[in-house]
Design a binder for this molecule. Structure first.
Ligand SMILES: [Zn+2]
Length: 69
């Protein structure tokens, strides 16, 4: 008795992971370049203890490269 159960197409609406960029400086600028999600340029500072910083506008993550010490 499987009646009235709508079968949605398997819609895995998982958002794509935010863009990640590896950098080797602690101070980076982001202006959202790379699509329609442009935003005013902001400067972000990576906390060396954290190792990355996320842009508050476009959620892009800047990862400090080579923290192997
Ligand atoms: Zn951004």
């Amino acid at each position: 008795m499987t009646t009235g159960t709508p079968r949605y197409p398997s819609r895995q609406s998982d958002l794509p992971p935010p863009e990640v960029e590896e950098v080797d400086v602690l101070r980076v600028a982001c202006d959202g370049a790379g699509g329609a999600l442009g935003h005013p340029r902001v400067w972000l500072t990576i906390d060396p203890k954290v190792g990355h910083v996320d842009c508050g506008y476009c959620d892009k993550r800047f990862v400090l490269r080579g923290d192997g010490h």
